[in-house]
Ligand binder design. Structure first.
Ligand SMILES: [Zn+2]
Length: 450
């Protein structure tokens, strides 16, 4: 009897401890719902250097104090009062930075070069792209990208489901601002082409819309299902079948209707635009950013500067499609378009930097493998002639401004949310250091510590 009582008490004690699973450095109790992905308690991060994302000079021998999910002190070890009893993490010869921001991703679906990619709209199960998206989101976060703007997703609003799953803590990934379906003309870059009639016949809910009335409906439908931002295709594209990369697609009236409807619903518009004329139409219609901008000319650059339109150059995608064209992965018209756009963008990015257009880092991840996003920092310096500091700003504070999140994100500033990354070495000396991520914190929770 006594033994039985002891066993019962022991069982009770064991069962009252939460069962935990180890997820990187985060422990989440198993239950009907996982833990909220929000930091608790006080953590002090130390490293050899710090770059705060605002363009201010770096700080040596730096300290950041994180309380729960917020930054509560930043500075040199001498200037910051280290609170007694705080957990210390010394990252050694590393540089602390704000969480990186990729303003152009496609987390859902297969990646360029996947042999099943072209047939995926008809062969893959509807949820297949979303399952891949879970893995892509994890890879993106581990590469230091704590926020992304996801500008277009295949499937049925799987991007919204992924955003929700991450926000509730079921799976790990960056903060996601997402667009739902891209909105464009029938047969254009945002449509799915080269199938027989009846297959992939898309409508406004899928983002295929012609004329102002349908376009307004398409915007409303994306917003209805959760779009934070609206993405449109102002010109042809590289990877779509049958359209000319430089050709305009929507008319000015159509683009204007799209921007007006989006702005009325308090959403910004990102416009995919390669061709010279399409860039200008989109800028005049009032979009917030031009994506790619391959054939930008001086007049277009001036217009963007005057109106404060951002450029998201996606040099990584240009590099990858150029390589795919040269190696035969891309063939025919798509290969021709890839070579022409990649050659042009090397020129346009330099023009944009000289014209002092606001530039936000974007990779077109999905065209490039997810998790390799940080190479864009190097390309901005190497192709664009940006300083290392300018490239870092493009991938931190400028990105936050474009996403409309700069009040809480984008710099290591007291009061902002604790999205903090550390890279090995000094990225002001060698920009490739941005690719050597050793520590990732998002919202005060540590996801990576090598
Ligand atoms: Zn894209």
């Amino acid at each position: 009897m006594r033994n039985f009582k002891l066993i019962a008490i022991a069982l009770l004690i064991v069962c009252s401890f939460p069962v935990t699973i180890k997820l990187q450095n985060q422990t989440a109790p198993i239950g009907i719902r996982p833990q909220s992905p929000e930091g608790k308690g006080m953590v002090v991060l130390k490293a050899a250097r710090l770059i705060d994302g605002t363009g201010a000079p770096g700080i040596n021998n730096a300290v950041v104090v994180v309380t729960d999910n917020k930054i509560t002190a930043v500075g040199s070890a001498r200037s910051v009062q280290i609170p007694a009893g705080a957990k210390m993490i010394d990252l050694g010869d590393a540089t602390l930075l704000p969480g990186f921001i990729d303003a152009h991703t496609h987390l859902i679906g297969r990646v360029l070069g996947d042999p099943d990619g072209d047939d995926s709209p008809v062969r893959d199960y509807e949820s297949f792209g979303a399952i891949l998206g879970v893995l892509h989101a994890r890879d993106t976060l581990m590469a230091g990208f704590t926020s992304v703007r996801n500008v277009g997703a295949v499937g049925r609003f799987d991007d919204m489901a992924l955003r929700k799953a991450i926000n509730e803590g079921w799976t790990i990934g960056p903060r996601i601002e997402t667009a739902g379906h891209t909105i464009g003309i029938t047969g254009g870059h945002c449509d799915q082409n080269a199938f027989r009639p009846g297959v992939a016949q898309l409508g406004p809910i899928d983002g295929v819309a012609d004329g102002p009335e349908q376009i307004r409906q398409a915007v409303r439908l994306q917003v209805k299902y959760g779009a934070d931002v609206i993405k449109t295709c102002a010109t042809g594209g590289v990877l779509s079948e049958g359209d000319a990369v430089g050709a305009t697609q929507y008319s000015f009236e159509e683009l204007k209707a799209l921007v007006d409807e989006a702005n009325k619903l308090e959403r910004k518009v990102a416009a995919h635009a390669h061709g010279t004329e399409g860039i200008k139409l989109a800028v005049r219609a009032g979009v917030s950013s031009i994506e790619h901008g391959s054939f930008l000319d001086e007049e277009g650059a001036r217009m963007m500067k005057e109106r404060g339109t951002f450029l998201v150059p996606t040099l990584s995608a240009a590099e990858v499609v150029e390589r795919a064209a040269k190696s035969g992965v891309l063939k025919g018209l798509r290969a021709e378009k890839a070579l022409a756009a990649a050659a042009a963008i090397r020129h346009s990015i330099r023009m944009a930097v000289v014209a002092k257009i606001s530039i936000a880092l974007g990779t077109d991840a999905g065209v490039i493998p997810h998790g390799t996003n940080a190479r864009e920092f190097f390309l901005m310096v190497d192709w664009g002639g940006m300083t290392n500091m300018e490239a870092i700003q493009a991938g931190t504070l400028n990105g936050a401004k474009l996403l409309g999140w700069d009040k809480n994100l984008g710099s290591l500033t007291v009061g902002k949310w604790a999205d903090i990354v550390a890279v090995s070495g000094d990225p002001l000396k060698d920009i490739h250091a941005m690719e050597k991520v050793v520590f990732v914190m998002k919202n005060g929770v540590i996801y990576r510590k090598d």
